[in-house]
Design a protein around this ligand. Structure first.
Ligand SMILES: Nc1ncnc2c1ncn2[C@@H]1O[C@H](COP(=O)(O)OP(=O)(O)OP(=O)(O)O)[C@@H](O)[C@H]1O
Length: 272
């Protein structure tokens, strides 16, 4: 008799598996403006990753290219090893996206919109119904689920878009400014949902201007300016003993100098 045993599975080694999101040399130019200038970034699986940067830094353009919404001039993006442009269907199955300035089918009710998002992903009607009820409840939209999305406030629109991004239980969530216009109670609810999602093995990538929130919520952070990564890694490493805001101002600069031209604003109001 031969001594046979099944080979043991390979160890669950993070370094041996592709990251949740791998961005390589992304470049995008709009006319004369270089929005993203050869940006590369690895988002580890299971991380809560914040992307911060000043207005116009290229965050939205980067996230749009990372999720297949905008074709880069050059470079590549892959989700869990699946190239966003050559293996589009698989990459998009794994992704949940909350784009900035999201344009929704706002003549649908909230409930219809989440249902539509689920059915579009090929889910069965029963599962979609169960999940949409759960999401509408968790996001405090139950009372408005029969109202057309066009009549929602900005914060409610953000929340219904988030429900659409979550309904198919994606492995990687990419959220552009998820807390913008959202009230503090809803923001806290969303943070709880995202924390649970990461604890259960999901990966979140979000952009935000709110440094305190990113410092508190995200275990990894990238500071982006002029379409390039200025610093990236574990949040404590990037902070280097300071607050994220201090580090951000240090790397991006200009905060004090930029105010110098406004000396006139500090003169008394009755001066002519
Ligand atoms: N479709 C477009 N056509 C022309 N220019 C664009 C377009 N999209 C972005 N840009 C320009 O590219 C640059 C980066 O824009 P992007 O929206 O990616 O920045 P951002 O970091 O998301 O900014 P914000 O924090 O203000 O949302 C900006 O200078 C912007 O004006």
């Amino acid at each position: 008799m031969t001594d046979f045993s099944f080979p043991s599975p390979p160890p669950d080694d993070q370094s041996a598996r592709p990251p949740a999101l791998a961005l390589r040399g992304l470049h995008k130019q709009f006319g004369e403006k270089i929005a993203v200038a050869g940006l590369s970034l690895d988002v580890p699986r299971g991380s809560f990753y914040g992307i911060v940067g000043p207005n116009g830094a290229g965050k939205t353009t980067t996230l749009s290219m990372a999720t297949g919404l905008l074709r880069p001039d050059s470079g590549s993006a892959a989700v869990l090893g699946h190239d966003v442009w050559s293996d589009t269907v698989r990459a998009k199955q794994l992704l949940g996206i909350l784009p900035d300035g999201v344009r929704l089918f706002d003549r649908l009710t909230g409930h219809q919109l989440v249902t539509y998002a689920g059915l579009l992903r090929g889910m069965s009607a029963d599962v979609v119904e169960e999940r949409s009820q759960g999401l509408l409840h968790a996001l405090g939209l139950e009372g408005s689920s029969g109202k057309m999305v066009t009549d929602y406030s900005a914060g409610m629109t953000k929340k219904i878009a988030l429900a659409c991004a979550l309904v198919h239980a994606p492995r990687v969530l990419v959220l552009d400014e998820p807390f913008e216009a959202v009230d503090p109670v809803s923001a806290s609810t969303i943070q709880g949902i995202l924390r649970d999602y990461v604890s259960s093995g999901g990966t979140v990538v979000l952009s935000s201007h709110v440094m305190d929130l990113v410092q508190r919520l995200c275990d990894h952070v990238a500071i982006v300016a002029d379409g390039q990564v200025r610093a990236a890694g574990r949040t404590e490493e990037v902070r280097a003993g300071r607050t994220l805001e201090e580090r951000f101002v240090e790397l991006v600069g200009g905060a004090v100098d930029a105010r110098e031209g406004l000396a006139w604003l500090r003169t008394s109001s009755d001066s002519k």
